[in-house]
Write a protein that binds this ligand. Structure first.
Ligand SMILES: Nc1ncnc2c1ncn2[C@@H]1O[C@H](COP(=O)(O)OP(=O)(O)OP(=O)(O)O)[C@@H](O)[C@H]1O
Length: 329
């Protein structure tokens, strides 16, 4: 895969109020390291699924890639242009080229604005002249399969599926190159989920978009993505082609995560493979490999030495001292 988007060694930490950090971080520097050394690649026109348990840092990574959170270190390169350093003005440029589709489009938008104003707001924020704003709104509504008269409606007048389409229209208003969709199907009926995913696929072809889909839903990932990245405690632990990873996960966490999805056939359920225990707190990151406290295959080295992110012979990106072999599990 030729990388169109290349994220290299991103570190993000949040500054915490001193009162909290002095208790939880035992007077260390008052920052909570949420992303550590995160690397990720996305090819042009590809769809990458970003999965991991709650709190693993998916949203933080998505917001950092869209230029909404400045990283402490690391680089983001898009189409060959490299953005680095937390003061780089080019992060503004990233915000136009990579847009975010929020999980709950209505809650994230002003309830007092009409849909026509909401979906054309990105032009106003970025000071881009579009001539007749209402005509532009109607064009965007048409693009996402909504009647043009919806421009006059308010957010509370929309169904869940219609609201999601409005979210798509707003995310695509500036014709970005990459769209990061945060749980694009969460809370929707199954039939509506299919409609939204079909809409996204159609627009991907028409507009030559690349997607990153952030989700807990492994069925969505399996059927809509070509690449899969697995996050654990603020790090990517494995990335590779989706079919390949589902077929042959290499990281023990990936395998446990995929096996924890209930199987429709009781004979094929593997309760023994479910992930042990809770995800550790970011305040008490384990030494060595972050996953060793829950890994059935952990050895002494895993408890002592942090694994590097390496590329395997078959091109898989992996952070594990003892990757699973085809016969394991
Ligand atoms: N602004 C912030 N200040 C301090 N901590 C934060 C901030 N934003 C996120 N965090 C912490 O960073 C960690 C990762 O959060 P994030 O929302 O990125 O995870 P996630 O994988 O997207 O979770 P979910 O699947 O539940 O949305 C969490 O422990 C969260 O509490």
């Amino acid at each position: 895969m030729t990388a169109f988007l290349e994220v290299r060694n991103l570190d993000v930490s949040f500054v915490l109020p001193r009162s909290i950090s002095s208790i939880l971080l035992r007077n260390k520097a008052p920052g909570l390291d949420v992303l550590q050394n995160v690397s990720l690649t996305l090819g042009k026109g590809e769809t990458l699924g970003l999965v991991g348990e709650s709190g693993s840092g998916k949203t933080t990574l998505a917001r950092t890639i869209t230029g909404l959170i400045p990283p402490q270190s690391g680089t983001i390169s898009l189409g060959g242009r490299v953005v680095s350093g937390n003061k780089d003005k080019a992060f503004h440029w990233l915000r136009r080229e990579i847009s975010m589709m929020f999980q709950d489009p209505i809650a994230s938008l002003s309830p007092r604005m009409r849909i026509g104003s909401l979906i054309t707001e990105p032009f106003i924020i970025n000071d881009i002249s579009i001539g007749n704003r209402w005509e532009k709104a109607e064009e965007l509504l048409d693009m996402v399969g909504l009647p043009t008269e919806f421009a006059n409606r308010y957010p509370h007048e929309l169904s869940g599926g219609q609201a999601r389409r409005v979210g798509v229209a707003r995310a695509l208003a500036l014709l970005p190159k990459i769209v990061i969709a945060d749980e694009p199907t969460a809370g929707l009926d199954v039939s509506v989920q299919g409609e939204i995913l079909n809409l996204m696929t159609r627009l991907q072809e028409e507009l030559d978009l690349s997607y990153i889909i952030v989700t807990h839903n492994l069925a969505v990932v399996r059927h809509t993505t070509t690449q899969l990245a697995i996050m654990y405690l603020g790090q990517i632990v494995e990335q590779g082609p989706t079919d390949d990873i589902f077929e042959r996960p290499s990281h023990p966490y990936t395998k446990a995560l995929l096996d924890s999805e209930p199987h429709p056939d009781p004979a094929k359920r593997r309760d023994d493979l479910q992930i042990k225990g809770e995800i550790p707190s970011l305040f008490l990151r384990p030494t060595g490999c972050d996953f060793h406290t829950r890994c059935s295959f952990a050895q002494d080295k895993c408890r002592a030495v942090e694994p590097d992110f390496m590329t395997t012979e078959d091109g898989r990106l992996l952070r594990c001292h003892f990757p699973l072999q085809d016969t394991d599990g």
